[in-house]
Design a protein around this ligand. Structure first.
Ligand SMILES: [Fe+2]
Length: 267
């Protein structure tokens, strides 16, 4: 979900994730000693990248990317079920993991691995669209919209603002991707009821004035009800502790912009 400001949020200022280092490798994709065929994982991320890396925009682009995203699996991002259950990637880590895959001025692609019982806390993506695909696991997704009247002073750390919970559901993999729009469900949190892997696409990425803010319930439901939607009061809070920490991407490289050399965006 994050880059620039969010990278600092998740990984600290000295994080290697904050450096977009491009490297070349040969055209074979070797993943932990195993060859990953081009027609398996690589194709899906490459197709997503190529679709995003055009001048297209709007619903047509979203629908095209979502259709590809719906075919994505753990293997497409260089992971297997055993990786999530085993000790290799955790090595004593208590926090969830953030695996950046690709970054351009137009979009970000990344994977979050959320440990069972952990959450991505309530946060926003100002003026951004988020496409998310649960690759593995089970989680509870909640998303909110601001009540228009309360948005006038949104941003104050000392004031609460009303929001409507528009989505509160459990998602179990495999499941279709979901979409958060700039003004529809943009505030959201994810709670992993099983260890989960989520492939995220941000359009556009954080940065250029788009900063991630965090919120918490200032008052448990219910300030009232409007139709069937729950109204809640949310308060902006400082960056919470325990945010996901960087983990390197080891999946298939992506060939960019006419280059025949596959690139890794992060090391
Ligand atoms: Fe998010």
């Amino acid at each position: 979900m994050l880059l620039l400001q969010p990278v600092r949020s998740f990984f600290g200022k000295s994080s290697s994730a904050a450096r977009a280092i491009f490297s070349r490798s040969n055209t074979s994709c070797v993943l932990r000693g195993r060859h990953l065929g081009r027609d398996s994982g690589e194709a899906v991320l490459q197709r997503i990248y190529d679709s995003l890396n055009t001048d297209r925009s709007g619903d047509d682009l979203i629908e095209q990317v979502t259709a590809i995203l719906n075919t994505a699996t753990l293997r497409d991002v260089g992971l297997q079920e055993g990786d999530l259950a085993g000790d290799r990637i955790w090595k004593g880590r208590q926090q969830s993991l953030y695996i950046p895959i690709a970054h351009t001025s137009k979009f970000d692609i990344a994977v979050f691995i959320i440990k069972k019982g952990n959450s991505l806390p309530l946060h926003d993506h100002p003026d951004m669209t988020v496409l998310s695909k649960l690759l593995h696991g089970k989680l509870r997704l909640k998303s909110f919209d601001w009540i228009e009247d309360s948005r006038q002073s949104k941003g104050s750390a000392t004031t609460v603002h009303a929001a409507t919970c528009i989505n509160d559901r459990e998602v179990t993999a495999p499941a279709d991707a979901w979409r958060l729009g700039p003004h529809n469900g943009n505030l959201h949190d994810l709670e992993a009821t099983e260890t989960s892997a989520v492939l995220d696409i941000l359009l556009p990425p954080y940065g250029n004035g788009r900063r991630c803010s965090y919120y918490k319930m200032a008052q448990d439901p219910v300030a009232g009800n409007r139709g069937n939607a729950s109204l809640v009061l949310l308060k902006q809070v400082p960056e919470p502790r325990g945010l996901p920490e960087f983990y390197p991407y080891t999946g298939p490289s992506i060939t960019t912009g006419g280059s025949r050399s596959p690139k890794r965006f992060w090391q």
